[in-house]
Design a protein around this ligand. Structure first.
Ligand code: ADP
Ligand code: MG
Length: 434
């Protein structure tokens, strides 16, 4: 049974520390990647995709669980696997050919063999004629191709890709996807299996044979979707759309009971609810769009209508849910009566509705509480940031504070002085937060 399994992850759990709390980043994950399979790992940012790739390739040992490679427990870094990251670090002082040859050095080739092998790989990824160019002379897409060539230089059996196209412009990304699929389907690359992390549903359906869908908090597998479409795939075919829809339905989940949805405040036990990273004006656009539609909107159609990617649509729907403006089920978003009222209101009334909803969020309550307790009701940005760094990793703490300020300003609950970098309460909010 399952004899052609290349790699098996069994009951993988990973915990990390964040500020003073320990949290479970990934819980009980089981994934098998078989020989000749192209598996996509799909999920919202923060669900543990990169962590799982590091664990799969042996760059990181999980807190619990086992990794088996060809049936044997993995011990240390897997020599048969390679990861390509979002942006590949090339040596700026080496040419394209030399950058590829670097990866061949430890493998005992003669200098002539190395040069020839590098030539072949450069040609394989479509960079003929650029052998002697330096990285600074290349576009982002071409640099990423060099990255692929270097990853393939070691002839990995298992090629792991961590959002390899997401740092590229639309055209370069599309052309590189094509090159990779061409190499993969024609069998010109030595690779036996591909495990590709992505947060784009369309990319997963376009490229892979199977999609392992993850959700976050804690990171876990929620679905395993077979993509049985022949290559090359037609994004406009009904089968393609149906598979994308199906993936949305598993990913966007269901609206949770209110107390679960909003989480707890910083410093309290339980999960501190992070604010979804979306600007208020884009949220307004989404709600207006759905209100105009007059019926539940298909999340996949929204990515097309609003020209945004699936990750963004999911964050927007999460924000709409958190604020009680919408519910999400089976891949559709539907406005609540409050959401409709918001979408139809004028700006002043909108701000009031938004403020009422915002005041319920523990993170906002906490911030307003801090401001009320502060001298002059003023708080330096850095002080608030330090406090949040006890809850979130530094980058996330900053993002959360910026979002709280942006949303709070829109709702006219608080003000922010950009020059002095101080937050302060709107005068009519003093004492109102408790
Ligand atoms: P993804 O790739 O799906 O965005 P990651 O694997 O990068 O997710 O991260 C999953 C969660 O674990 C996130 O909340 C992230 O902040 C956290 N995390 C990742 N690496 C570390 C680390 N080395 N220390 C602490 N927290 C981490
Ligand atoms: Mg990642």
């Amino acid at each position: 049974m399952n004899d052609n399994a290349l790699v098996k992850l069994r009951q993988i759990t990973q915990t990390y520390r964040s500020g003073r709390k320990e949290f479970v980043a990934i819980r009980d994950v089981n994934i098998t990647v078989g020989e000749s399979e192209f598996v996509a790992l799909l999920g919202p940012s923060g669900c543990g995709k990169s962590t799982l790739l590091r664990i799969t390739t042996g760059l990181q040992k999980p807190t619990e669980g086992r990794v088996l490679y060809r049936g044997r427990p993995l011990d240390g870094v897997n020599p048969h696997a390679t990861i390509v990251f979002q942006t590949f670090a090339l040596f700026p002082w080496l040419t394209v050919r030399q950058n590829v040859e670097v990866a061949l050095k430890p493998r005992g080739f003669s200098p002539e063999q190395r040069a020839q092998r590098a030539e072949e790989l450069i040609s394989l990824v479509g960079l003929d004629g650029f052998e002697t160019a330096f990285p600074r002379e290349l576009s982002g897409g071409m640099r990423q191709k060099v990255g692929f060539a270097r990853a393939l230089a070691v002839a990995p059996e298992l090629l792991c890709l961590d959002e390899p196209f997401s740092a590229l412009d639309v055209l370069s990304a599309e052309s590189l996807r094509g090159e990779l699929l061409e190499m993969w389907t024609s069998g010109t690359m030595p690779t036996k299996a591909i495990l590709m992390v992505t947060h784009s549903i369309e990319e997963a359906v376009f490229m892979s044979d199977r999609i392992v869908v993850m959700d976050k908090e804690p990171g876990r597998v929620v679905a395993d979707v077979i993509v049985d479409l022949p290559h090359p795939r037609d994004r406009s075919s009904p089968r393609f759309a149906a598979l994308v829809d199906h993936a949305y339905a598993t990913l966007a989940g269901q609206t949770q009971p209110e107390h679960v949805e909003i989480g707890t405040a910083p410093g309290q036990p339980g999960r501190t609810r992070a604010l979804p990273n979306v600007p208020v004006d884009v949220l307004e656009t989404l709600l207006e769009y759905v209100a105009d539609l007059g019926k539940p909107a298909d999340l996949f159609r929204l990515t097309e209508a609003l020209h945004i990617d699936s990750d963004y649509v999911l964050r927007l729907s999460e924000a709409a849910e958190l604020l009680g403006f919408a519910t999400v089920a089976q891949g559709d978003i539907d406005l609540t009566p409050l959401g409709e009222a918001f979408a139809e209101a004028r700006i002043v009334a909108r701000r009031e509705i938004f403020a009422t909803r915002l005041r319920r969020l523990p993170l906002i309550q906490w911030l307003l509480g801090l401001l009320n307790a502060a001298n002059d009701r003023r708080l330096e940005y850095d002080v608030a940031l330090k406090a949040l760094e006890l809850e979130f990793p530094p980058d996330e703490a900053e993002r959360q504070l910026d979002l709280a300020i942006e949303w709070g300003r829109y709702a006219e609950l608080l003000q922010y002085d950009d020059d002095g970098e101080v937050l302060y309460l709107e005068s009519d909010q003093i004492g109102a937060s408790r």
